[in-house]
Design a protein around this ligand. Structure first.
Ligand SMILES: Nc1nc2c(c(=O)[nH]1)N[C@H]1C(S)=C(S)[C@@H](COP(=O)(O)OP(=O)(O)OC[C@H]3O[C@@H](n4cnc5c(=O)[nH]c(N)nc54)[C@H](O)[C@@H]3O)O[C@H]1N2
Ligand SMILES: Nc1nc2c(c(=O)[nH]1)N[C@H]1C(S)=C(S)[C@@H](COP(=O)(O)OP(=O)(O)OC[C@H]3O[C@@H](n4cnc5c(=O)[nH]c(N)nc54)[C@H](O)[C@@H]3O)O[C@H]1N2
Ligand code: SF4
Ligand SMILES: [Mo]
Length: 702
């Protein structure tokens, strides 16, 4: 008889679909897991094929750089010794902050917590940040500003079908979270309206009652224009504004200049569509705005999200059932990854490193003096940009910036200029291939730990199979390095995940993201627990129903005004470039490009462009087209399609080499969140001929 499957969750995105893993002779099979209500057994192709990487294509031995510059297999002791020497040498030569740490939103809570602690009390460097800065930091900053707290969705996904109207801004769940699409299908089946805002007619937009296609980077103007109409039509909820918010007068004044005709010119969205959006949103009993990377990955992402939050507050669509603003987080642990201390300015429990009380509390849990803790460091792009100059050595865990960072040719150059690079990864990613030492680590099905999904629901990832010989966990890596770099301190780095979680509970107690009432046992029994969950609480599925998390309990309007993208089109670069995802590939592609069935479904990069633009450039469908920006040149086959604005091209960012979209992107940062502007820059197109000549990265000014 078959043994019962191990109940766990998918290794990839923040939906964290439940799945079962059943042992077979050869390895593990994915079987549906019906008890987890979020996906009820449904998986996308990535989840379905995730066990493929447990076998071939992965790393199974540490690798070290030999005298001739190649990477050769080595034992764990040698590899860890070399890393300890490399990091120590940089600090001896140039000071503590000469060592950087770069983490990832795919790491479990336990790993993210341990990595932040490792940076602060073993390396004692301020230079730690993570790839979530590329993902959710703008929505997080806007949420903190408005509500005093940042949890992606303030309500469970199951509330969506019960709302009257949902505006999805720059989000394409049909490709990025397929099993979540049913919440929107059910919304419409219940008579609710779906409005999608995307420069492309995506498979998500196809299902909408109304699709607005603004030009990239114009979401702020769009949201301001909608609020202008709300005010002009007397659709504000004065009672709600008076009872539960502050700052309305200034915000109202700020939107008055945003006349619909003016907004139509800035965004390209016709006035009647603006009016229809306001009508559907305001006439529904309850309504929601959900944003994802479209409006957030902009150098004005914080203000853009703030403008959408303003719309919810002014119409009383916040802190009420089936209403509110939410952000759809991205990585598997995009939410938890930013709560427990791998972010440059944070300590566990979503505490601030600059808050003396927070420092005292966390230093107490860690058994060090508060003064020993460094201050906040650089943000992710700024850290990558400082490599080889102020930061001489880097420990990287859970990211592949050679493919995924903006202005990637420059970032690749910075990584190459390091004195020492150590990478812990599952596979030999493009970034790991540059390292002096590569450590092969365990994968999701081989380890236990917690992940916090887009709903703020803390989930349990369970070990279903033993890792192959030669592979160790990230927690073992940190333990081994602590032992070498600060003998004695390794006691603070246990390798058993539950032990780390027990400490995380204490460290987060009393913070905004309070996990102190959560235990592995409770998660297992309940299929997940929503934070905040202080001792004795059963968790908090819905936030803000009575009060916001600000000191006075009121939500704060943000009096934002419009501004252009960091880089506007001009005569030399007349076309907008935007970037994003395809269904069958995940992120930098490090994992999914190694899985045969996913590669067949999405074999390579492309440039999506409208037939009018294709005709002007002189390329036909399938022919190579060169895309040039001020950062460099990329070449990929043209995909001619009417599903995109004629002034805009789209490239997915999952590939390295000459089709790498991030060769082109602009690293302009949001002043508050330090999020780069992945979603908008100016480019020029050229037919590249059958040879497709031109190296990616050429033209990078350095
Ligand atoms: N298949 C797949 N799924 C994934 C991932 C993956 O790599 N592959 N990654 C996961 C992660 S980490 C994340 S963050 C999420 C991201 O999930 P999404 O945010 O849904 O993904 P994107 O494709 O980055 O962007 C969404 C849409 O924004 C549109 N867009 C581009 N520019 C603009 C703009 O200026 N304004 C507006 N309004 N829209 C714009 C794009 O056309 C795109 O359709 O997906 C998660 N799920
Ligand atoms: N142009 C453009 N660029 C973008 C975006 C965009 O929309 N457009 N989106 C941005 C966003 S939202 C994101 S989230 C980033 C993501 O981009 P990356 O940060 O590059 O994310 P991944 O490709 O998921 O990289 C994770 C790496 O860690 C490894 N890994 C997985 N699990 C573990 C683990 O448990 N431990 C360790 N040590 N390693 C592990 C994987 O094999 C992989 O090599 O890309 C950003 N870049
Ligand atoms: S939607 Fe996300 S969590 Fe669900 S199976 Fe696909 S990648 Fe995994
Ligand atoms: Mo992301």
């Amino acid at each position: 008889m078959d043994a019962a499957p191990t109940l766990t969750h998918c290794p990839y995105c923040s939906l964290q679909c439940g799945m079962g893993l059943r042992r077979t002779g050869a390895g593990l099979d994915v079987v549906p897991r019906e008890d987890f209500e979020v996906n009820r057994g449904a998986l996308c192709g990535k989840g379905q094929s995730a066990t493929a990487l447990l076998g071939a294509g992965r790393l199974t031995s540490p690798l070290v750089r030999d005298g001739r510059g190649g990477l050769v297999a080595a034992g764990w002791d040698e590899a860890l010794d070399r890393i300890a020497r490399g990091l120590a040498a940089a600090q001896e030569g140039y000071g503590r902050d000469a060592v950087g740490v770069f983490g990832g939103g795919g790491l479990t809570n336990e790993k993210a917590y341990a990595l932040g602690k490792f940076a602060r009390i073993v390396l004692r460097t301020s230079q730690i940040d993570y790839n979530g800065r590329f993902c959710m930091s703008s929505a997080a900053a806007a949420g903190n500003r408005a509500f005093g707290m940042d949890r992606g969705l303030p309500f469970p996904l199951a509330d969506i079908p019960r709302s009257g109207c949902v505006i999805l801004v720059g989000s394409n769940p049909a490709d990025t979270m397929p099993p979540a699409l049913r919440y929107f299908t059910e919304l419409r089946a219940n008579g609710g309206k779906l409005i999608v805002i995307d420069p492309r007619r995506t498979r998500t937009a196809e299902q909408a009652d109304l699709h607005l296609a603004p030009r990239p980077g114009s979401d702020l103007a769009l949201a301001l224009g909608l609020l202008h109409l709300v005010v002009a039509q007397g659709r504000t909820d004065e009672e709600f504004i008076a009872a539960r918010t502050t700052g309305w007068e200034e915000t109202r004044a700020a939107v008055m200049a945003h006349w619909p005709e003016h907004v139509e010119r800035t965004t390209g969205v016709p006035v009647p569509q603006l009016r229809e959006t306001v009508r559907l949103f305001c006439e529904a009993q309850s309504s929601m705005v959900l944003t994802a990377r479209g409006p957030e990955q902009q150098a004005k992402g914080v203000d853009t999200v703030g403008a959408w939050i303003n719309l919810c507050l002014a119409t009383g669509r916040m802190g009420r059932p089936y209403s509110g603003y939410g952000c759809l987080t991205g990585q598997g642990n995009g939410q938890g990854g930013r709560e427990h201390g791998q972010k440059a300015d944070q300590l566990p429990g979503y505490r601030l490193l600059t808050d003396p009380e927070a420092r005292r509390h966390v230093a107490g849990v860690w058994g060090v003096e508060p003064d020993e803790l460094p201050g906040p460091g650089r943000s992710a792009y700024e850290l990558l940009d400082a490599l080889g100059t102020e930061v001489r050595a880097l420990l990287l865990m859970g990211s592949n910036p050679v493919v995924s960072a903006p202005r990637a040719a420059h970032v690749e150059g910075r990584l190459r200029s390091l004195d020492f690079l150590a990478v812990a990864d599952v596979v030999l990613s493009e970034t790991a291939a540059l390292a002096d030492v590569v450590l092969p680590v365990t994968q999701w099905a081989e380890e236990t730990g917690t992940m916090t999904s887009l709903e703020g629901r803390v989930l349990l990832r369970r070990r279903a199979i033993d890792p192959p010989e030669g592979v160790r966990g990230d927690l073992d890596v940190l333990h081994g390095l602590a032992q070498r770099l600060a003998p004695g301190r390794e006691k603070g780095f246990p390798t058993a995940p539950e032990e780390v979680f027990e400490e995380l509970r204490r460290a987060s107690a009393g913070g905004k993201a309070d996990y102190s009432g959560i235990s592995y046992g409770q998660i297992a029994a309940e299929g997940g627990v929503f934070w905040p969950c202080p001792q004795g609480s059963a968790g908090t599925p819905r936030l803000f129903l009575d009060r916001f998390a600000t000191p006075d309990g009121r939500a704060r309007f943000a009096p934002v005004t419009d501004r252009p993208a960091a880089e506007e089109t001009d005569a030399r670069y007349p076309v907008w470039l935007t970037t994003g995802r395809v269904l069958a590939q995940y992120q930098s592609g490090a994992q999914t490009r190694r899985i045969a069935e996913l590669n067949e479904a999405a074999p390579g990069p492309y440039v999506q462009l409208h037939p009018e633009l294709a005709a002007r450039v002189g390329v036909a469908d399938g022919e190579p087209v060169a895309v040039l920006s001020r950062r460099g040149r990329a070449v990929a086959p043209a995909r001619v399609s009417r599903d995109i604005r004629p002034d805009t091209v789209f490239m997915p960012f999952h590939w390295a080499g000459e089709g790498r979209a991030n060769t082109l992107t602009n690293p302009a940062l949001d002043p508050v969140s330090r999020m780069p502007e992945f979603k908008v820059c100016a480019v020029r197109l050229e037919a590249a001929g059958a040879s497709g000549a031109g190296a990616s990265g050429a033209g990078d000014a350095g």
